[in-house]
Design a binder for this molecule. Structure first.
Ligand SMILES: Cc1cc2nc3c(=O)[nH]c(=O)nc-3n(C[C@H](O)[C@H](O)[C@H](O)COP(=O)(O)OP(=O)(O)OC[C@H]3O[C@@H](n4cnc5c(N)ncnc54)[C@H](O)[C@@H]3O)c2cc1C
Length: 519
């Protein structure tokens, strides 16, 4: 890594008269985000591109991303850690893990692989401008502790910034919110000192987060009501994986336990996903039958736990040891399916006319999705609108050089895809080095120029609200698998390593050039 001023780096500074004298640090690869994707990216760079320098920038004070910023009671994964954890580091604990356990695991990965020295915390990336003249990303970040501006010139930008705005959840505007006398808390903005012991709590929402926070709060609250507009599918099971237990009994090495357990889980998930498409009614009956058996014959499962959509059209939350349902069966928690008319001083008035009393209201109402960490992207100074690009394999964008993006799976663990992308990025970086090319960007082939361009996700396939709300900022999807984020880990695991880097789809550039496309 070398230090140069902005002028030496061949780029006029973007702001401020004195900005020219702010040193610019040159890095080969700049990773944005020290969450599970960014740390995984670092591991792959160290293994596959050992001579490539890289820096990770993160706004937060520590690593972990999602698992660092979320602090609500009971926070845990809903994927098993054999597949949410990395392929290269065995997971030894129970499959569903708390945020603390995930952070500990990630901390070990950082320590064992000497990644810490590459991470700069409290660096919020604000701007990134690609310059065709010097084939560099000119990146501006702000130190969140000192307010200081920090500049980088990077050959390659590796976007591991996740998909939602941290520390600012999505809360719909309901009438009368200001009238409510108690605290209204979003699960993404949990106050450390929130006291709910012995209080009446209403949790709005019914996704994985609500399913986690409801049983956790029910342990000390007077009562917790999960208020939902419509029901969600849930799966339940023991927080253990039989095959891992068996292998451990036989003293099989943890590396083997991890690998075999991963394969078994992936095999079963594949079968389950296929069933959801091929026999949705059978899966629906099974999922709902399971809930019925947990809540007993008198419970109105049709009303509260029978979604109208096909299974897997939205993420199916896993409830370990059925704790949510045990809480309901024991009367510590309950579910209300209704619509909110308005908040009142004492709670929430529902369309049915019922007023739900509450001392504390928790909104588990989802994310504010954000594209690329809210960074202002430009190409040669011109605004880059990702919604006008076409997304190659859910990881690169037409007209955007030397940039890769991690967006994991919805139906399988996020990390599975983050690793596929990481292995691909390393291959691409090595190819750039081997050929001496300065930049690469994907482009529609001549035969694809008339391809129909569609919204990034197929609503028929998967349609969570946070994605639907953000459709206008997401890139375009094409009609072939290469131009789609397919959500199909099982095929992508075979396809990604086979991507031909010499294919016409990759446009390489060997020297400085003006941005012809943008002119
Ligand atoms: C409560 C909760 C539970 C979840 N459980 C699961 C699960 O069990 N299984 C699963 O597969 N998925 C789960 N997810 C989805 C989850 O977000 C991803 O699986 C995964 O953690 C994302 O990792 P990431 O590293 O890509 O992004 P993140 O975890 O979002 O981390 C991104 C990092 O980038 C940093 N960053 C962002 N923008 C900037 C910027 N401009 N400048 C500098 N730094 C920036 C952030 O500070 C953050 O640290 C869950 C999500 C939530 C909220």
């Amino acid at each position: 890594m070398t230090q140069r001023t902005a002028a030496e780096a061949g780029k006029a500074p973007t702001t401020g008269a004195s900005a020219e004298h702010v040193p610019v640090e040159h890095v080969e690869v700049l990773i944005v985000g020290a969450g599970i994707s960014g740390i995984g990216a670092a591991w792959y760079l160290r293994r596959d591109c050992p001579d490539t320098g890289f820096v990770i920038l993160d706004t937060e004070d520590s690593f972990g991303g999602t698992w660092w910023t979320h602090r609500f009671p009971g926070i845990r994964s809903d994927s098993d850690l054999h597949t949410f954890g990395y392929s290269f580091k065995p997971w030894i604990g129970p499959p569903i893990a708390t945020a603390q356990e995930i952070l500990k695991y990630m901390g070990e990965v950082i320590e064992e692989n000497d990644i810490a020295s590459h991470i700069r915390y409290r660096h919020k990336v604000l701007k990134a401008d690609w310059s065709y003249a010097d084939s560099l990303w000119h990146v501006e970040a702000q130190r969140t502790d000192t307010g200081e501006t920090v500049r980088f010139a990077a050959n390659f930008l590796y976007m591991c910034q996740g998909y939602y705005r941290h520390r600012q959840g999505y809360t719909p505007e309901w009438e009368g919110m200001a009238d409510f006398k108690g605290p209204i808390v979003h699960t993404e903005e949990w106050p450390e000192d929130l006291d709910y012991a012995g209080k009446k709590v209403v949790v709005i929402g019914s996704g994985a987060t609500a399913a986690t926070v409801v049983p956790a709060m029910a342990q000390t609250a007077a009562h917790v009501t999960m208020l939902q507009r419509s029901p969600t599918f849930f799966r339940t099971g023991r927080n253990a994986i039989e095959i891992a237990e068996e292998l451990r009994k036989l003293h099989v090495d943890e590396e083997w336990v991890h690998e075999i357990t991963r394969r078994k889980i992936l095999y079963e998930q594949d079968a389950f996903t296929r069933m959801c498409f091929e026999k949705p009614e059978v899966v629906k009956r099974e999922l709902i039958g399971n809930v019925r058996s947990l809540l007993g014959p008198d419970y109105d499962v049709d009303k509260h736990f029978t979604p109208s959509y096909r299974p897997w059209r939205q993420r199916i939350a896993f409830v370990p040891d059925a704790d949510l349902f045990k809480g309901i069966a024991e009367g510590k928690a309950s579910v209300v399916t209704d619509e909110i008319v308005r908040f009142t001083g004492n709670g929430i008035l529902l369309k049915s006319g019922v007023e739900l009393e509450a001392d504390v209201i928790v909104t588990a109402t989802g994310f504010n999705m954000c594209m690329m960490g809210d960074i202002a992207f430009t190409i040669d100074g011109r605004k880059l609108d990702f919604s006008q690009t076409v997304n190659f394999r859910g990881m690169m964008f037409t007209g955007v050089p030397n940039l890769a993006w991690v967006f994991g799976y919805f139906r399988a663990s996020w990390t599975l895809r983050a690793e596929l992308v990481a292995a691909f990025v390393c291959r691409l970086l090595n190819h750039l080095k081997a050929t001496g090319a300065k930049s690469v960007e994907p482009a529609l082939r001549a035969s694809e120029r008339d391809m129909e361009l569609l919204p990034w996700i197929d609503e028929e396939n998967f349609n969570p609200n946070y994605l639907l709300r953000a459709m206008d900022m997401l890139p375009k999807r094409g009609t072939t698998r290469e131009w789609q984020h397919t959500q199909d880990h099982w095929r992508e695991a075979e396809e990604f390593p086979a991507i031909d880097l010499e294919d016409e789809v990759f446009v390489y550039c060997w020297g400085a050039r003006s941005n012809v496309a943008a002119e």
